[in-house]
Design a protein. Structure first.
Length: 294
């Protein structure tokens, strides 16, 4: 009789060990069936300034396409500014580099088009979003890895944007989106410090190169929605000592992040192994009682 009870207990232990060995906690993964309210963010952003979106002044890049984008005054009054609550510098040190933009909204971004344009001018930007994805003017889809890395750049002060770290981060993001600037930036072996960091979180390269959905909750990204901002407008090339060349028309792409319009709170769910052990214990009680009666 006691031998039978022991056998049942031993079976529970074996199954529980197997479950623990195969259990994979939620990490670097998308939670299905959750909406962060991305469309409302897009509608608010693109509806600014009589439907022209974000009217901003583009300056020369700080490093490898990393820029501070600052809104500009329109002829009919002050321009409407985008929500910058997600940005570290907008909340802690609004204008760390561009003192002459002290009366404007400014946020850090990264140019992700096929090249970095040098110049100055007012550009009009709108968030690209449709069918659960965000794309550049050139048809490149924002990827999970690129969204995660941009979140680090935008929401923390962990990146030296003027140094090697900033250049490496920018190169990794453009590689993931599919717009590397040079042959060396193709990273066939993922030999970039930030790409290696991604593999340390999840070693599946395909995961990081999969399409990112701004409306979905990702465990690593949290309650943020990240978009590609498609921009268009005339740009003046800056020559020596302020001598301007003839303006030319440009199509640009930048990244933008916003706090989720509908934050998601992940539920704390017991591990499958724990649930199984509890279940086996509950099942085992009546079985043990019956064996004792016999």
């Amino acid at each position: 009789m006691s031998a039978k009870i022991f056998s049942i207990a031993r079976l529970g232990v074996v199954i529980s060990v197997l479950m623990v060995g195969t259990y994979k906690p939620l990490s670097a993964d998308m939670v299905t069936g959750v909406s962060l309210g991305a469309q409302s963010i897009v509608d608010a952003f693109n509806g600014m300034n009589y439907g022209t979106g974000f009217n901003y002044l583009m300056t020369n890049p700080a490093n490898a396409g990393i820029r501070f984008l600052s809104d500009v005054s329109m002829g009919n009054g002050s321009t409407q500014s985008p929500n910058t609550n997600a940005y570290y510098y907008a909340q802690n040190n609004p204008f760390p580099d561009d003192g002459y933009f002290s009366n404007t909204a400014s946020f850090i971004s990264l140019e992700v088009g096929p090249n970095v344009s040098m110049g100055w001018g007012t550009i009009y930007g709108s968030l690209n979003y449709g069918n659960g994805a965000s794309m550049t003017n050139y048809g490149n889809t924002l990827k999970v890895g690129a969204a995660y890395l941009y979140q680090i750049l935008a929401t923390t002060d962990d990146i030296d944007r003027y140094g090697t770290d900033g250049a490496d981060l920018a190169a990794a993001i453009r590689f993931l989106i599919g717009q590397p600037y040079t042959y060396e930036d193709h990273f066939t072996d993922w030999d970039n410090q930030y790409l290696q960091m991604l593999l340390g979180i999840n070693d599946d390269q395909d995961y990081w190169q999969s399409a990112y959905n701004p409306d979905a909750y990702y465990d690593e990204i949290g309650n943020y929605s990240i978009f590609v901002m498609n921009a268009v407008g005339p740009l003046e090339m800056i020559a020596m000592r302020g001598m301007d060349a003839t303006p030319y028309y440009v199509h640009k792409d930048y990244l933008y992040i916003a706090e989720a319009a509908m934050p998601y709170e992940p539920a704390t769910t017991p591990e499958p192994a724990t649930m199984l052990m509890v279940g086996l214990g509950l099942i085992g009680l009546p079985v043990a009682r019956r064996l004792r009666r016999k």
